[in-house]
Ligand binder design. Structure first.
Ligand code: SAM
Length: 219
């Protein structure tokens, strides 16, 4: 089945232009730097871009940059007077991401903030950030509840919050040894009772196997 998922993604790649030279270059640079290929899929990257366009985003926050693949997709949706911040704990990843972002000739500035997200999030105000129109959470899954709390603090009515990798081949509902699962479940428990956001989660298959993402709109 996985071969079919990949082939369908390749079909969409051709028909819907879910990649281009810039994005292929970023993937190559990330791979050449020896980083794990844990970025979103091409189709998912373009979906993030389209979501940012749908809400006419002027400000975007990302937690978990890797080589900047999702960063560049998201930042492409920003106008010249827009702004994006992306937080990355690994200095090597941050360096590769900065190079990749520079190569993408984006209209809006992208601030790659190095450090542990939970240290950097409280300091975003000092950097002049107050609210974001779209927030993409894609770092260490163990901190998803805290990231979601921060995302809500940084949201306006209508802000979109997206959290990646919430299905994990279905392990989200299984008893499993995987360390991240109880923490991802805590995030769903929080959403069950939190009245500040309307959300859904979508299961996905494709180049990156079987997983899924959560998306919500802040009330
Ligand atoms: N969003 C990227 C994309 O799709 O192109 C992929 C991000 S990758 C799944 C997760 C990244 O989060 C890694 O680069 C990792 O170093 C970073 N990370 C992990 N824990 C972190 C933390 N506590 N604070 C900030 N970044 C962290």
């Amino acid at each position: 089945m996985e071969e079919t998922w990949k082939a369908v993604d390749e079909y969409f790649e051709e028909k819907l232009k879910t990649t281009d030279d810039t994005m292929d270059h970023i993937l190559k640079e990330t791979d050449d730097a020896g980083m794990r290929q844990i970025e979103v899929s091409k189709a998912h990257g373009k979906m993030l871009y389209l979501m940012a366009k749908m809400v006419d985003a002027k400000s975007i926050l990302e937690i978990g940059t890797l080589g900047g693949f999702s960063t560049v997709w998201l930042a492409r949706a920003l106008p010249e007077d827009g702004r994006m911040a992306t937080i990355e704990a690994d200095p090597n990843h941050a360096e590769v991401a900065r190079r990749n972002i520079a190569s993408a000739a984006l209209a809006a500035p992208v601030d790659v903030i190095e450090g542990q997200a939970l240290d950097r999030l409280p300091k975003l105000m000092e950097r002049g950030y107050s609210r974001f129109d779209l927030i993409f959470i894609d770092a260490d899954k163990e901190n998803n509840v805290e990231y979601l709390k921060w995302a809500l603090k940084f949201s306006n009515k209508g802000s979109v919050i997206i959290v990646d990798n919430v299905v994990r081949q279905g392990r989200i509902i299984d008893d499993t040894e995987e360390k991240a699962i109880p923490y991802i479940r805590q995030m769903f428990d929080m959403l069950e009772h939190d009245g500040r956001i309307e959300s859904t989660a979508i299961q996905t298959v494709g180049q990156k196997g079987y997983d899924g993402f959560l998306m919500g709109v802040v009330k």
